[in-house]
Design a protein around this ligand. Structure first.
Ligand SMILES: *Cc1c(COP(=O)(O)O)cnc(C)c1O
Ligand SMILES: [Zn+2]
Length: 428
């Protein structure tokens, strides 16, 4: 059953049919997908969702597609984990990690938006897809386009991590490195979308694409036993995921599927690119564009398309915002790995570091439930920790050499550090 009815301008309300447009021709406002929520009532239920596949498509009734899903059949439904070790270390009562570093097949939250965009592109008759990307989106578009048998053109800034570049190239797209930052790439892609009539997933298919991010929020609530964490800390780049988590929570409340406990949402950015955090701190709606300078390249967007809606969602939910310096980001990456066995990229380090600072400053109370959104995988960004870790000692393949190695470690107090913390429990 499809409940999507069309597109509507968020600013002036003008309505549009479902097609590859993203800005209002009257007022240039962004377009948003409209659903028939009244018709969903009583039909879209906890049970109807639980009967669905173990992928993001279990929420298809709440997504803007009319035909069958054509991409991402194995994407989404990533782990929500109780983080017992971090709870002890940070002295908080109830902490969860929503872990999209394990999202299949390219290990970031972008599988969610791309699965919906590619399905919609095929529904609308496109044969070629593209994107403007800070890396993860390019990986995901390239992989899903390969499965769907579509042509893919992916455009990235020229200075991305090698893991992100190879992580797209392997799938065989046409890839172009643009001499500029993400905002330059994005501007060029708007012109390309107009001229070449391709489905640029985050430009002309943006209204459909962004809806896929709601599944991150639905999953948090369902996996918590149809409850919301009281505090959700989420990274911000272009500003897609945060407002869509907010929208997902609101939809679940409106449909009567989850009780409203006034969940608060917090935006995390790198200190070297923090236009949204700055606006929230200053009590401004207006985002002042910046030139990014941070190791957190996947979230280094100085002029976020939906920054205003992040500010709105944070404010409406009663949340706040926090940034983290590059050294804080690296420390948080290492902490998450050692405490919980999750290797995230700098975007995840930013989010955990921001959460830690929000807890330390008293913005997030220690005795309330907290969810930290991990959106990408550290294996793609090995550069950022390579010089932080000591290369292992090399010894001959002889037991006495190993004995000598252990004696030296004990002398330095080395093995004592490895004492295990108390065992963690399963996700509720
Ligand atoms: C794209 C991305 C984000 C968030 O971006 P938004 O544009 O704000 O949705 C966060 N983390 C990672 C790893 C990303 O690739
Ligand atoms: Zn308008």
């Amino acid at each position: 059953m499809a409940y999507v009815v069309g597109l509507r301008c968020r600013e002036c309300g003008k309505e549009y049919p479902q097609k590859g447009v993203h800005v209002c021709e009257v007022c240039f406002g962004p377009l948003e997908v409209q659903y028939d929520y009244a018709r969903m009532k009583g039909k879209v239920t906890r049970e109807s969702i639980e009967r669905g596949p173990r992928s993001l498509w279990r929420y298809r009734d709440l997504l803007p597609i009319n035909a069958e899903p054509r991409a991402g059949l194995y994407s989404g439904y990533t782990p929500l984990r109780r983080a017992h070790h971090l709870e002890k270390i940070l002295n908080v009562r109830e902490l969860y990690i929503k872990d999209d570093s394990a999202n299949y097949p390219t290990w970031s939250y972008k599988e969610r938006v791309v699965s919906v965009a590619i399905t919609k592109a095929l529904e609308l008759g496109y044969h070629t897809v593209g994107c403007a990307s800070t890396g993860n989106l390019a990986n995901s578009v390239a992989a899903h386009a390969a499965v769907a048998g579509m042509k893919a053109f992916v455009m990235i800034p020229h200075d991305l991590e090698q893991g992100k570049v190879l992580g797209s190239l392997i799938f065989g797209p046409t890839m172009v490195r643009i001499q500029g930052n993400y905002d330059d790439v994005n501007r060029l892609c708007s012109e390309i979308a107009d001229k070449y009539k391709w489905a640029i997933v985050n430009v002309n298919l943006r209204p459909f694409y962004t809806e896929g991010a709601k599944t991150f929020g639905y999953e948090i609530a369902e996996q918590l036993g149809w409850k919301f964490p009281q505090h959700t800390v989420c990274p911000t780049a272009g500003g897609t995921i945060l407002p869509k988590i907010h929208k997902a929570y609101q939809e679940l409340i409106d449909l009567g599927l989850v009780e409203d406990n006034a969940p608060k949402i917090y935006s995390a950015q790198a200190a070297g690119c923090n236009p949204v955090v700055e606006a929230i701190r200053a009590g401004r709606d207006l985002i002042k564009p910046q030139k990014p300078k941070t190791i957190a390249k996947s979230i280094a967007i100085g002029n976020p398309a939906d920054g205003f809606y992040v500010v709105q969602a944070v404010r409406q939910s009663g949340g706040w915002a926090m940034d983290a310096t590059d050294p804080e980001i690296i420390d948080a990456i290492k902490l998450l790995a050692k405490a919980e066995g999750i290797w995230t990229e700098p975007a995840g380090g930013t989010t955990l570091a921001a959460a830690i600072k929000l807890i330390a400053s008293g913005r997030i109370p220690r005795d309330e439930s907290i969810c930290v959104c991990i959106t990408g995988n550290g294996l793609k960004t090995t550069e950022v920790v390579a010089d932080q870790l000591d290369m292992p000692t090399s010894i001959p393949a002889k037991l006495d050499a190993f004995d000598a190695f252990i004696a030296e470690l004990d002398g330095a107090g080395g093995t004592r550090e490895l004492e295990p913390l108390a065992a963690g429990g399963p996700t509720p």
